[in-house]
Design a binder for this molecule. Sequence first.
Ligand code: 4AD
Ligand code: MG
Length: 483
Amino acid sequence: MLPKQTIKTLLFDSQPGLSVHIKGWVRTFRSHRFISINDGSTIHNLQCVVDFEKMDDQLLKRITTGSCLSIKGLLTESLGKGQRVEVQVESIDILGDAEADPEKGDVYPLQPKAHSLEFLREIAHLRFRTNTFGAVFRIRHAMTFAMHTFFHERGFFNIHSPIITGSDCEGAGEIFRVSTLDPSRPPLTPSGEVDYAQDFFGKQTHLTVSGQLEAELAAMALGKVYTFGPTFRAENSNTARHLAEFWMIEPEVAFADLNDNMDLAEANLKYLIEYALKNCNDDLQFLNQRLLDEEKNKKKEERSEMSLIERLRFVAEQEFERITYTEAIDILQKSKPNKEKKFQYLIDGWGVDLQSEHERYLVEKHFKKPVILTDYPKEIKAFYMRVNDDGKTVRAMDILFPGIGEIVGGSQREERLTKLQERIRELHIPENNLWWYLDSRKFGTAPHAGYGLGFERLLLFITGMSNVRDVIPFPRTPHNAEF
Ligand code: 4AD
Ligand code: MG
């Protein structure tokens, strides 16, 4: 039966004298007397005190870190430091032992000591049971809830865009094919190519890189929509910011221009940060301390100026800096690291794409706050962005965050049919795959705008973790799909 009480309610909302029945996993068992147990409801453990003279010794011997227990007892005022209440144990059932066969070396790998994040990634099936990952995934849930709340409160409708598609929205070509053909003996066309007409969907398909194009169609009827789904990119970049499977929030708004889009995105980010500060305090306090402890091992000049919580408050209160790509290039060209050739990629003129070192210079060194860059050269952006009157730049926007770089990418969309067709031809995109998208520009087109917010990048910022692999339960990266 599901326990009615959670450790969270017992620790914070219950009075001594209550009969309790809890189920959870042992974090530590000290002196044959103190069981510290956690059930996931909160980062805090509940201390359960055993009178070992009254307990079966064989049973107590089986209790180790990691074992799963069902405990009945009485909630009493705690005499120990750091907790308001504890449980005087009346009975214990072992639901699951943690050391299946110690003689064979089958030992629970999570001992009560600090484990490296790299080690924990190798046991991702168990890392939920650490304080750090408990905190991260409770916050991940809170941010999911807050995301839906933010859009719901503003009259948006959530659209489930397809996961299998036949169009490549970003045009980047970094896609995972979806096929039921036998890879060792695919049917061939008379000219010797794989005959996808015989494949499941009768054409080439792949996992989506973005739900944007479908969201645009929905916005042309429902007005304000957003998607929140998994996206897949086969980019072979083994960085701390890239996943092959990540979650993206993509709002799309009819009758909105780029300014409306920037306002919405800024409000969206601030709402989530404020929600975390208000509702995830215990977990944030833990992660804050975790980072402070980590910083102690760093050289003074490498330590960050603000703690995690200070940084969250700071960004929630700041007005984001809004500048054009052209202004950013000017700042970067004149910057010290460019003049002293410290950038790995030197900025030698207008038109180049910005690397994360440049983005981070603008945010962390120059403006010292989040920056929204707009109006990029059309050559380095996707086909669907609205072309400015100069014919050279598009109504793009990227939001850059301290410690993260790009967290949001978006734009006002090209709503004019002929201009859109021009871009599609210039970029040699097969027009017949996009006939349904072009129809939205033929039948009642309207100005509209939207953006994509990378959920894991947001979580990096909120939790202070430094690798995206540590904010998604089971990361997918090159050569890594174990769990
Ligand atoms: O800038 P991107 O590629 O934009 C789009 O996909 C548009 N269709 C969005 C839109 O306008 N509706 O990606 C959007 C965001 C990035 O800013 C980044 O936060 C995140 O998605 N992102 C990734 N996160 C983790 N791993 C990856 N490989 C990512 N690629 C992009
Ligand atoms: Mg982008």
